[in-house]
Design a protein around this ligand. Structure first.
Ligand SMILES: *Cc1c(COP(=O)(O)O)cnc(C)c1O
Length: 405
């Protein structure tokens, strides 16, 4: 066992079940589970395998290194798409590893063609179209030229244009007019590519939010990320339970110290919190280096905050430090050093969620789960009794420090 006084526990059964729910929301599309950024902080390889067990047939990574990591770890039973790289990226290795590659710039097509020639096998290409996000993607003025070059290379047997895809700017605001506008541009781009003679296997536009709220945008493939980990992409519309999702990550710690202090004690750097009465303070040994957002400092008041201690919900007392936060347990507190503190978890028992921290810190839950520090050990459990490994208590199936990264 690791002696670090905190851990992240990832429920692979929840990931599997969330992917099942997403597949049920998109019955006419394939599911690509996005596993970039170490599966949103949940562990790349274990989550990829759970997603495939839940019905995903594709995996999506931003960086090429993430896609190669999957293949090297033996994840071969799925298509993998990678989409974000700079000149000089290991595209030959990607082609050799049977990874589909997105092309979002003329230079990228040139490098991919060279990589496929070097690999001696055709590359599978998804043309990324900028339909209004103005981020990564071919603008209309670039699309014709890149498409012509790609189809010429295809005629030579060097590559296959298998996909056209894009990404939405406002999917988390269902009904925003830009969503319809981007969808229209996308429809036109798909038609242009097909008119030019490409036989497309997958046309894809929908992230988690569009998967759950915009069935007409599912096309052939949906690309949910955050929802696979059980977090609602549209918290203002509904929490995870509304969509059949359960947060997969629990972040918990053990109290390091518990001690009485008098009224009027200034707490943590800058004394932003002062004890209103004689009380008991606890030290939770995780701080901003571990992913506790510093913007949560003192924001939540002493009661009703995002920490769960002994069945109570408490806020951060004073500033979040690098390695620790202080919690005001109140006079007469019964906690002792070593007791469990939940920062975030599934929330199904009234406990806090990553969304609660996001609300307190003024950010999104994506940022919370992706930024748990490397020194926090990750463990995996599987509560999915239906998966054929039924058991009474969740058992640890793997444990490592900073596993999967
Ligand atoms: C991250 C990402 C996704 C997944 O987005 P979620 O909001 O997490 O579902 C889908 N497509 C692209 C291009 C992405 O970068």
């Amino acid at each position: 066992m690791n002696d670090f006084p905190a851990r992240v526990v990832v429920d692979l059964g929840a990931v599997r079940q969330n992917v099942r729910s997403l597949a049920a929301h998109a019955p006419t599309a394939q599911v690509m589970t996005v596993v970039k950024a170490d599966a949103y902080g949940h562990g790349l390889v274990p989550c990829a395998l759970a997603a495939l067990e839940g019905g995903a047939t594709w995996l999506g990574t931003a960086q090429v290194s993430e896609a190669l990591h999957l293949r090297r770890a033996g994840v071969t039973g799925a298509r993998v798409l990678t989409w974000l790289y700079a000149p000089g990226a290991p595209l030959r290795e990607a082609v050799e590893a049977d990874v589909d590659v997105s092309v979002a710039a003329p230079w990228a097509l040139d490098e991919l063609v060279a990589a496929a020639r070097a690999a001696g096998r055709p590359a599978r290409v998804h043309l990324k179209v900028d339909t209004g996000l103005s981020r990564n993607g071919l603008v209309p003025a670039q699309l014709d030229g890149v498409l012509a070059a790609a189809l010429a290379a295809q005629a030579e047997g060097v590559l296959e244009v298998v996909g056209v895809w894009s990404h939405l700017a406002y999917a988390d605001d269902p009904g925003h007019p830009s969503v319809r506008a981007q969808a229209a541009v996308f429809t036109d781009a798909v038609a242009a590519v097909e008119r030019a003679g490409a036989r497309l296997e997958v046309r894809h536009l929908a992230n988690s939010a569009a998967t759950l709220t915009a069935p007409d945008l599912h096309w052939d493939l949906v690309r949910p990320g955050i929802a696979a980990y059980g977090i609602s992409p549209v918290p203002q519309v509904g929490g995870p339970e509304r969509f059949g999702l359960v947060p997969a990550m629990t972040f918990e710690a053990r109290l390091a110290t518990v001690k009485p202090v008098p009224a009027g004690a200034g707490v943590s750097y800058g004394h932003e919190y002062t004890t209103p009465a004689d009380t008991v303070l606890g030290v939770v040994p995780v701080g901003y280096a571990d992913g506790v957002p510093r913007h949560a400092s003192g924001r939540s008041g002493a009661l009703g905050g995002p920490l769960q201690v002994g069945g109570r919900r408490l806020g951060v007392a004073g500033r979040v430090c690098m390695d620790q936060v202080v919690v005001d347990l109140g006079a007469g507190a019964r906690e002792v050093a070593g007791d469990r503190v939940v920062l975030w978890g599934p929330g199904t028992d009234g406990g806090p969620t990553a969304q609660d921290w996001a609300d307190v810190a003024g950010t999104i839950a994506y940022e919370l789960v992706t930024r748990v520090g490397a020194r926090v050990p990750r463990e995996y459990v599987d509560t999915d009794a239906a998966h054929g490994r039924a058991r009474d208590v969740p058992s640890v199936v793997a444990a490592s420090v900073g596993g999967g990264r």
